[in-house]
Design a protein around this ligand. Structure first.
Ligand SMILES: [Zn+2]
Length: 431
């Protein structure tokens, strides 16, 4: 697996490509781009066949270990790789630790073990165990085990420990990676810890930059107490912009999480190459269709505001549900930082429901769509918009039919893929 940086500008972003996957010689993907979010080995709401109809591009699949932990023994017995076990052998497989849409209360950490919040409960795993699992999974790319379970609420002491442990583990992890006949030709991504502390980020990034890895994951930005899209953008950007200064330009940079599209644009300009598709999936599971208009001449300007299609002409969409089932649900976080969340529908992740109200999408359960016979978006070429109306999707949501999130996922993924295509187009003109 190789990453090639073609063009870059420290203030405007980068253009590169991923290629040279040993078992998939035809694979090549331009960056900035996406990895397809999966949970338990599949893209939520989509079958393999439907995915083929959304895009013919073979995007890498992002497999979070916490959603696959209970089948690790089965995969060991299976003796073939994870991508074969889940029936997606022609896709590049990328293993990471935590599902960016899972949310759990904070747990106590154990020395020399990292926390894995699995569907079956909490697991504490050593880096040696994690590397054994990776040998069984045989992913094309994988993230190094790290103690990055931090967020904006984490104390300096906790964040400092997180960096100390992550750095200490990595040296041993790298030795295992290099000596393993299965892993040594796979792409290793070093997780950069440091939470929201600039000095700790710098320390971890400088340490990781000494190793010849495929790339870096800027981790520990939001896990467990607050969802990605709830973190103040300025705080996130301060960390991202500072951290990338200490990472080698020629290596890949990844950020996980359901960041809104304007934050994604800021991250692209800061030099991030890879994002995941948790944002479009989360919106679909909340009954929402992404309708932000990225077809604007100033897409990469500092002051760009992405509006909903139609809003430019004075038609303003409200994002809240007038007659839905909004309610205050569960508590995310624990201890000193309780946080109440409001959820529009039931996007269950972990043991909480994650809120997803934003100005980049519309809530189809709103009564205004009861008799709206137009497609989700005029001129959209996705399967959903070609065949269905807002009124039908509104009806499906009101009757709790599973087809509603399916149709919304089809549109949202299509929209998000096109968004990244447009980003690369703009970068080509501006770099
Ligand atoms: Zn569409």
């Amino acid at each position: 697996m190789k990453f090639k940086l073609h063009q870059f500008n420290k203030l405007r972003g980068r253009l590169g490509s991923l290629s040279d996957v040993e078992r998939l010689p035809d694979f090549s993907m331009d960056t900035p781009n996406i990895f397809l979010y999966t949970t338990a080995g599949c893209i939520p709401n989509l079958t393999y066949d439907v995915l083929q109809k959304i895009t013919t591009n073979v995007f890498p699949m992002q497999y979070p270990l916490n959603t696959l932990y209970r089948i690790t023994e089965a995969i060991k017995l299976y003796k073939k790789a994870l991508h074969s076990f889940v029936g997606q052998p022609e896709y590049v497989s990328y293993c990471c630790i935590q599902d960016p849409l899972y949310s759990f209360p904070r747990r106590k950490h154990k020395l020399e073990l990292f926390t894995l919040n699995t569907i079956g409960g909490i697991e504490f795993i050593s880096y040696e165990k994690y590397m054994e699992i990776m040998e069984d999974f045989q992913p094309d790319i994988y993230v190094s085990p790290s103690d990055c379970d931090t967020s904006i609420f984490s104390s300096t002491k906790r964040t400092c420990n997180s960096v100390n442990i992550t750095n200490r583990w990595f040296e041993n992890v790298y030795k295992i990676h290099e000596s393993s006949p299965i892993l040594k030709n796979k792409g290793l991504i070093a997780a950069v810890a440091g939470g929201y502390d600039l000095m700790l980020r710098e320390r971890c990034a400088k340490y990781m930059s000494e190793f010849p890895v495929l790339g870096y994951l800027i981790d520990g930005l939001f896990t467990d107490e607050i969802a990605a899209h709830e973190v103040p953008i300025d705080s996130v950007m301060k960390i991202i912009s500072h951290t990338v200064n200490f990472l080698p330009e020629e290596r890949l940079r990844i950020v996980h999480g359901s960041w809104d599209p304007e934050t994604v644009l800021k991250m692209v300009k800061s030099g991030i190459d890879i994002f995941d598709t948790s944002f479009p999936i989360l919106n679909a599971e909340n009954g929402r269709a992404l309708l932000f208009n990225f077809d604007v001449p100033n897409l990469l300007d500092d002051d760009v505001k992405l509006r909903l299609h139609g809003e430019e002409n004075g038609v303003k969409e409200e994002t809240s549900i007038e007659n839905g089932d909004s309610d205050i649900v569960d508590q995310q976080g624990s201890g000193d930082n309780p946080k109440k969340f409001k959820s529009s529908t039931s996007a269950n992740r972990g043991n909480t429901k994650i809120k997803c109200e934003n100005r980049f999408s519309i809530a189809l359960k709103d009564t205004r769509y009861f008799d709206d016979l137009t497609p989700l978006m005029e001129n959209c070429s996705c399967l959903t918009c070609e065949k269905h109306t807002k009124a039908y999707i509104h009806h499906l949501l009101c009757t709790n039919e599973l087809l509603a999130p399916v149709l919304l996922t089809i549109h949202n993924l299509h929209h998000y893929i096109e968004f990244f295509r447009k980003i690369r187009e703009h970068l080509k003109k501006q770099l």
